[in-house]
Write a protein that binds this ligand. Structure first.
Ligand SMILES: O=C(O)CCC(=O)C(=O)O
Length: 258
């Protein structure tokens, strides 16, 4: 069942920084204007096995970026389904969550993800279901999300799907964001102040497990323009879908509460 809401308990406190209202029309306009946005940039580090091309990040084990994994048609269908579900009809809505059995339009992407041989270690890849929670976030230009490590109530193995517009997601060693939260310096970063920017474009799928999920925090700066090396990304409306699996104990607690 879907709930439209920013639930701080599930998402982490104050993670989502919002610069104002968003209209569904904006999402549709963006969908039309991005129809021909194929990403053809070659990757620096590409695997040569039969799975889709992926970018790996030597400093961040467990972080894999599958560039342009979803075709333009698949992206359009996802955006259309999100619009048709009406999650973002209220102008102030920028987040929708789903627990349990995920809706068919998301399951179609999960099918694609499940078939990527080395996206996650086997024990994660073969769990059933692979995901039972999704968050759809809508970002207007200038919106961001604070650096965070996904809450411990979620299992290892998280995926973020990007739609409509590009942005830079920044990874920093987790203990830097809040030492009081108990994140210890277990990071794989060689330089503790290391910031690793990952450009997420429409159709990209980012997978995090192990150190990428626990030892590194990820966030998106609240800015209208990202500058990464020579690249200047002017943000437009972006939609993301995050897929996670709740720990069994959480599901049991939820049942007990109801
Ligand atoms: O929107 C994104 O790309 C990131 C979302 C995220 O980090 C989260 O949902 O925890």
């Amino acid at each position: 069942m879907y709930e439209e809401l920013p639930d701080e308990e599930l998402f982490g406190p104050g993670d989502f920084s919002d610069s104002g209202e968003l209209e569904v029309d904006n999402i549709m306009n963006e969908a039309e204007s991005h129809e021909n946005d194929a990403q053809l940039t070659p990757d620096p580090l590409i695997s040569s096995n039969s799975e889709p091309q992926k970018t790996v990040f030597p400093s961040i084990p467990g972080l894999f970026l599958y560039k342009n994994l979803l075709t333009q048609e698949q992206q359009n269908k996802l955006v259309d389904a999100i619009i048709n579900e009406g999650y973002f009809e209220r102008p102030e809505s920028n987040q929708a969550m789903c627990f349990g059995t995920l809706p068919p339009f998301i399951m179609r992407v999960v099918d694609i993800i499940e078939n990527i041989p080395s996206i996650f270690p086997d024990e994660i890849k073969h769990r059933k279901p692979l995901f039972d929670q999704s968050i759809i976030n809508v970002y207007k230009p200038g919106d961001g999300i604070n650096s965070h490590v996904d809450l411990d109530r979620f299992e290892d193995g998280i995926v973020i799907i990007s739609l409509l517009s590009a942005c830079a997601m920044k990874f920093i060693p987790a203990y830097l964001i809040n030492k009081e939260l108990g994140y210890s310096d277990t990071s794989t970063a060689t330089n503790p102040n290391e910031v690793i920017p990952v450009i997420l474009r429409p159709g990209d799928v980012l997978a995090m497990s192990g150190p990428a999920r626990y030892d590194w925090a990820h966030g998106i700066e609240a800015t209208k323009i990202d500058i990464i090396g020579d690249e200047r990304i002017v943000r437009k409306v972006r939609v993301s879908i995050t897929l996670r699996k709740m720990k069994e104990i959480q599901v049991l607690n939820q049942c007990a509460d109801n």
